[in-house]
Design a protein around this ligand. Structure first.
Ligand SMILES: Nc1ncnc2c1ncn2[C@@H]1O[C@H](COP(=O)(O)OP(=O)(O)OP(=O)(O)O)[C@@H](O)[C@H]1O
Ligand SMILES: [Mg+2]
Length: 485
């Protein structure tokens, strides 16, 4: 076994030399006055990519980046306790920049002023700091350009960051709100509840970081006016501290526009309902005039004409007989035309016998006119005598009539099924053909008003309506109406 080294042996110069040369930390000694490197160990040589011999032939400033020379020059003049700079950019043998931290100690070397330098290569740490800083800069840029207010607070709600978006939304400068409670950004009446809510959110289970989801709340602008905000919250741990992040969007204008749009829609639907009921009354009046007055007048003309013909006892010229025949045909034609208009205006049987009877009649009349299509009226049992509100019966009949007319005119179908089901509290009407199907967008063709009428009539009675393809490929118009409770 080797004998232990004695302290006196350690003091021998060769041992100190060994400690310097074999030290795993890069070290060198230079002369501040001349800047000449006097000694360098193997670790320093490997750090700079030079040989030890090459290093000791250099000046200390030669291993520094030229941009650091002015500070180095100043630093060389300073006493050890005055030197503050310890991070430097240096160059290896290939001219690559290495980032180092230097620990220095001034020594007296056989009467000459020298400086021993311990070199720590921190290039990797420097590189990762650069990456971290770039990432942080990118995040900051995203937060800064966001038009949304992004505010971070501690778990008690004290504001820590307030982005330019928040400055715009709330009208405060970030510097004026740092450290203050974010509850101050709400109108007075919401402040008391704000702090406990934040605390509850901060304490809540960590599973979903967006526990508070998206919600609407009121904010208070610096000038005192209230703002509608859409808010989502998240909580994260930064270091050891919990940070609450609120993202707030000013939706005041959007909400105001929504309210306006809703009001316009309500007004429009009131107007439609009024127009529909006026239409029904007007149609009734015209029908009454046609039936009771024009119809009666024509019947009277016909009677008078027949009496005149009887008075003549057949003693009239051929020309008069021809005119007489023509007049009789015209009167008959006028009576027929008035009847057709009457049927169109006032659906037969609807008022007196109800929707089922009127639809049944409509289908029969259609079947007599259009032989090319198989028309089926499928009505649920027990509905034959069922009555619904008169406005509902009228609208549903007119919708069925237009859907029927469309199927005949546009579908090319061979079969059409009109089905009606329901009970006293509601009804479902379906008009299904097996034709070519309705093209997307066809229902809103400019200048074609049938579909628009169907939709308006459905809306006016509060019914839901679907127009689209059937399972068998044709077109299906389906309406569901429910009586108001
Ligand atoms: N059953 C159907 N099958 C195929 N296409 C249809 C059907 N019903 C409607 N369409 C298409 O939808 C379009 C719009 O129908 P809409 O009833 O609004 O107008 P129209 O029937 O052409 O004219 P009108 O104003 O006289 O009703 C039709 O022109 C047609 O192209
Ligand atoms: Mg039509």
């Amino acid at each position: 076994m080797d004998a232990p080294l004695s302290f006196s042996a350690l003091r021998q110069q060769s041992v100190y030399q060994l400690l310097f040369e074999c030290n795993p930390l890069p070290m060198l000694v230079y002369q501040p006055d001349s800047s000449r490197v006097l000694f360098a160990n193997a670790a320093a040589a490997s750090c700079y990519g030079h040989s030890v011999q090459e290093l000791v032939e250099l000046h200390f400033y030669e291993i520094h980046h030229a941009e650091d020379w002015p500070i180095l020059q100043e630093s060389l003049k300073l006493r050890p306790e005055q030197r503050t700079q310890n991070s430097w950019r240096q160059l290896d043998s290939k001219g690559n920049v290495i980032h180092v931290e230097l620990e220095t100690q001034d020594i007296d070397l056989e009467g000459k002023h020298a400086r021993i330098v311990l070199i720590r290569d921190v290039s990797k740490r420097h590189q990762s700091e650069l990456v971290r800083k770039a990432l942080a800069d990118r995040h900051k840029a995203v937060v800064d350009v966001s038009s949304d207010a992004i505010i971070s607070t501690d778990s008690e709600g004290h504001i820590q960051t307030f982005n330019p978006g928040a400055e715009r939304v709330f009208g405060y400068k970030a510097a004026d709100v740092y450290g203050k409670s974010c509850c101050q950004l709400l109108p007075e009446r919401f402040r008391a509840a704000c702090a406990p809510q934040l605390a509850a959110y901060a304490r809540s289970a960590d599973g979903d970081p967006r526990v508070m989801g998206l919600q609407l709340l009121k904010g208070l602008h610096a000038d005192g006016h209230e703002i509608d905000l859409e808010c989502s919250m998240a909580k994260v741990i930064v270091g050891k501290n919990q940070v609450l992040i609120s993202i707030l969007r000013d939706v005041s204008e959007r909400l105001a526009a929504d309210v306006e749009r809703q009001a316009a829609r309500t007004q429009l639907s009131h107007l439609t309902r009024r127009l529909m009921s006026q239409e029904k009354d007007l149609v009734k009046r015209i029908a009454r005039v046609l039936h009771d007055q024009l119809g009666q007048t024509m019947a009277a003309i016909r009677l008078v004409h027949d009496s005149m013909a009887a008075l003549g006892n057949g003693q009239t010229s051929n020309e008069l007989q021809r005119l007489d025949f023509q007049l009789r045909s015209l009167i008959d034609q006028a009576i027929r035309q008035a009847r057709v208009v009457l049927v169109d205006l006032q659906p037969p049987l609807l008022e007196a016998s109800g929707l089922v009877a009127a639809l049944d009649n409509e289908m029969r009349m259609r079947a007599m006119r259009d032989k090319s299509m198989d028309l089926v009226f499928d009505v649920a049992p027990g509905l034959a005598t069922q009555r619904w509100e008169s406005s509902c019966e009228y609208a549903v009949f007119m919708i069925a009539r237009e859907a029927l007319e469309n199927a005949v005119r546009h579908s090319g179908a061979l079969k059409l099924v009109l089905s009606l089901s329901g009970d006293a509290t509601g009804l479902t009407l379906a008009v299904q053909d097996n034709g070519r199907g309705i093209q997307p967008g066809a229902a809103s063709k400019l200048g074609h008003l049938g579909m628009a009428g169907i939709m308006e009539r459905a809306k006016s009675i509060g019914a839901t309506l679907e127009i689209g393809p059937c399972d068998n490929g044709g077109t299906c118009v389906r309406l569901h109406w429910q009586a108001q409770a």
